[in-house]
Design a protein. Structure first.
Length: 81
C-alpha cells in the first residue's frame, strides 16, 4: 500500500487516521525512521522489535546458546564470577 502524505514547512507529516488505527497509533505513539538506500521506512516499536528478532534468527538459526542471556552467562562462567 502506498499513501501520499504532505510534509509541512516545519517538517511535520500526518498519517491518515485509518492507517494510524491499523498500526495501533490512534491515540498517538512512536515510529522509528530507518533510512535505506531505497528510501525511508517507518516502523512502530513493535514492528521494529519483530524485525530485529527476525534478523537475529537469520544469523543465529534459533540456537538458544546464541542468546544475549546465554552469552552473558558464558562470560560470567569464563571469568569465574
Amino acid at each position: 500500500m502506498t499513501i501520499q502524505v504532505t510534509i509541512t514547512p516545519n517538517g511535520r507529516l500526518s498519517l491518515p487516521a485509518d492507517l494510524r488505527k491499523r498500526l495501533g497509533l490512534a491515540g498517538g505513539g512512536a515510529l522509528l525512521v530507518e533510512e535505506t538506500p531505497d528510501g525511508v521506512i517507518l516502523r512502530t516499536l513493535a514492528q521494529s522489535v519483530a524485525h530485529a528478532r527476525a534478523l537475529a534468527r537469520k544469523y543465529t538459526g534459533d540456537q538458544p546458546e546464541a542468546s544475549v542471556d546465554a552469552f552473558l552467562e558464558q562470560r560470567r562462567a569464563d571469568s569465574g564470577e
